[in-house]
Design a protein around this ligand. Structure first.
Ligand code: KIV
Length: 272
C-alpha cells in the first residue's frame, strides 16, 4: 500500500498540496466509466481525470473537440458512482468555457451538480483567466492545463512538444504563475521540455502534474487505455506501457470465438 493510500482516506485538493510539500509524488490516471474507475480507485491512484480524451478513446473521434458537456457529465457520473478515495477531476469540454465567463460558470456548475465531480480542468492561460476566476467564485476547484492543449490542435497544427522556443516557454511560465495566483489548486503540463516543467514546478507552490513533461514535476498522469496497451497506434516517447492488453484481449476474443464455433463453450458445468 502506498504512503498516500494509508495517509489519505479521501484525496482532496488540499491533500495534493500537502503531498507536494511532503515531496510525495501524485499519481493520476484517466477513467470514463464505472468499471475502470473502480479498479483505478481501488489501486490507490490519487486523482482520476475524466478527460475529454474520452472523445478519442471512447467515441473514436480524431480530436477532443466534438465531445459535449452532456457526454462529459455522463462519463463523470459513471466514474463518481465507483470512487471511494480518489479526487475526481472533470474536463470542461471545448466550447463550454472559452470567451464567455458566464458560460464557463454555468458549465462548471452543471458538471458539479449533475455528475458529482470534485473539480474541473480547463485548458489555457491568460486568455481564459476571467472564466477561471468566475468558476472559482462559486467555490469550484479548478485545475489548469498548459503546454500541449489538445482543444487547440487546429491552432498548433501538430501534437509535437510545445514551448521549445524561448518566447513560448516564457509565456508558459507567466501563465503558470497566473493560474496559481488566480487560485487554481494544481496544474497539468503536457508535452513540454523536462527542464522547463521542472522550473515551473519549482516556482509554483501548487502541484504540477506532467504528461510527457519529465520527472522533475510533482506528479504524473497518463491515459489509462494507453498505459494498459489497449491503443496500439499511439506511441509517444513518454508513454510507458504496463500491459499489452490489446494483444491479451485479442487472444481472449479469438479463443472465445473458437470455443463457441467448436461448441466447447458452454460445457456441462457452465449451464443450468
Ligand atoms: O483529456 C485528457 O485525458 C487529458 C490528459 C491527457 C491530461 O487532459
Amino acid at each position: 500500500m502506498s504512503v498516500a493510500k494509508k495517509q489519505y482516506k479521501r484525496v482532496t485538493t488540499k491533500s495534493l498540496v500537502e503531498m507536494k510539500s511532503n515531496n510525495e509524488k501524485i499519481s493520476m490516471l484517466t477513467a470514463y466509466d464505472y468499471t475502470m474507475a473502480k479498479i483505478v480507485d481501488g489501486a490507490g491512484i490519487d486523482v482520476i481525470l475524466v478527460g475529454d480524451s474520452a472523445s478519442n478513446v471512447m467515441a473514436g473521434h480524431e480530436t477532443t473537440l466534438p465531445i459535449t458537456l452532456n457526454e462529459m457529465i455522463y462519463h463523470a457520473s459513471s466514474v463518481i458512482r465507483a470512487v471511494e478515495r480518489s479526487l475526481v477531476v472533470v474536463d470542461l469540454p471545448f466550447g463550454t468555457y472559452q470567451g464567455n465567463s458566464k458560460n464557463a460558470l454555468d458549465s462548471a456548475i452543471r458538471i458539479m451538480k449533475e455528475s458529482g465531480g470534485h473539480a474541473v480542468k480547463l485548458e489555457g492561460g491568460s486568455e481564459i483567466s476571467e472564466s477561471i476566476s468566475r468558476i472559482l467564485t462559486a467555490g469550484i476547484p479548478v485545475m489548469g492545463h498548459l503546454g500541449l492543449t489538445p482543444q487547440s490542435i487546429y491552432k498548433f497544427g501538430t501534437y509535437t512538444v510545445r514551448a521549445k522556443e524561448e518566447e513560448e516557454a516564457k509565456k508558459l511560465l507567466e501563465d503558470a504563475l497566473l493560474l496559481e495566483q488566480l487560485g487554481c489548486f494544481a496544474l497539468v503540463l503536457e508535452k513540454v521540455p523536462a527542464k522547463l516543467a521542472q522550473e515551473v514546478a519549482e516556482k509554483l507552490s501548487i502541484p504540477v502534474i506532467g504528461i510527457g513533461a519529465g520527472g522533475g514535476v510533482d506528479g504524473q498522469v497518463l491515459v489509462t487505455h494507453d498505459m494498459l496497451g489497449m491503443t496500439h497506434e499511439f506511441n509517444p516517447r513518454f508513454l510507458r506501457r504496463y500491459l499489452d492488453l490489446y494483444q491479451e484481449m485479442t487472444n481472449a476474443f479469438e479463443q472465445y470465438n473458437k470455443d463457441v464455433k467448436s461448441q466447447d463453450f458452454p460445457n456441462s458445468s457452465e449451464q443450468y
